[in-house]
Design a protein around this ligand. Sequence first.
Ligand SMILES: [Zn+2]
Ligand SMILES: [Zn+2]
Length: 391
Amino acid sequence: MSIDERQLQSLHGQAVEWRRHLHRHPELSFKETNTSAMIADLLESWGLEVRRGVAGTGVVAKLTGGLPGRTVALRADIDALPIQDAKDVEYASEVPGVMHACGHDGHTAELLAVAKHYSMNRERTAGTRVFLFQPGEEVLPGGAIGMIADGALDGVDVVYGVHLWTPLPCGTIATRPGPLMAEPDEFEIELRGSGGHGGLPHEARDALVAGAHLAVALQTVVSRNVDPLEAAVLSIGQFRAGTARNVIADSCRLSGTVRSFTPEVREVVRGRMDDIIRHNSALHRVDYTFEFYEGYPPVVNDPSEAARVLRVAAEVHTDGEVRECERIMAGEDFSYYLKERPGCFFFVGAGRADGSSAPHHHPGFDIDETALRHAIRLLVAVADDAASDLQ
Ligand SMILES: [Zn+2]
Ligand SMILES: [Zn+2]
């Protein structure tokens, strides 16, 4: 049962309104109280069976159709980021320093529209739909673990998730079988020397110079130690040292992220980081601490579910492009659902055709809202296809 064009148009209009409301009122990870109340109230008003407070601020809703079929879970993440919205649009964030800069407002809105569609077509629906509105995707260890522990996947046969994606032009749908998104690990390094007078460096142990050498030395891990046919990233995002022009810094903190697709590559990177930090600290006579926080596992799509998404997308997404994409170095805690059940995570392009859209997590981030329409149509078509697949 594909979605009726007039119904789709009306659902899209409502999804845009919900998305803009959420965009104006973003809430940080695990603090999505009003967001989750809005979600649960709407779902209840449509007659779904709703569980509030799953994994804190998550919502799980269920709808059993009138025809036999499998149980299909669809997931949206609902949290925003600690970023000041810099857009000049009427739906810009009204919360200082908080912004939906990853499109999770759109994920929430499109999944609400999908739930509403099923509530209006319950008797014609095969199988059961489970709607997962997950908190805290943006902070480790992520909300998916708590959702699963709270029974979000109980009775579920297959699970799908979407990310609206501005690096892809609006109109494009993409995914791939196997590894899709990376393991996003994080690290924190602190170097401690001994401060002193800027004019008397011989009496101090300069942590800033040690840190500067370290920042450069760490760049050799990926370029010199990781097999060039494997993928890895080591990015230092923060470097903090010093208090005044004429004072030698007594400490220096570097923090950043490591991305890879396999435990083996992760261990090569972590091991070499450890060696380099230790030897660099000895060279510059500073003490150190090195913390490495393992992030989400990689997102690995079930090959036959990825094939299903690509096939169904080619059938229903006739006004756009459907393609298999490359792996992406961003991470996603959707990986936890895929460790428990077969399923597929896919991208719905939400960027400008000329590639000028702000990247995800940028203060100017925005989506092309037509993408919501593509996502609603595809989620319904994929869920229906999977629910009726009784082989
Ligand atoms: Zn994000
Ligand atoms: Zn995201």
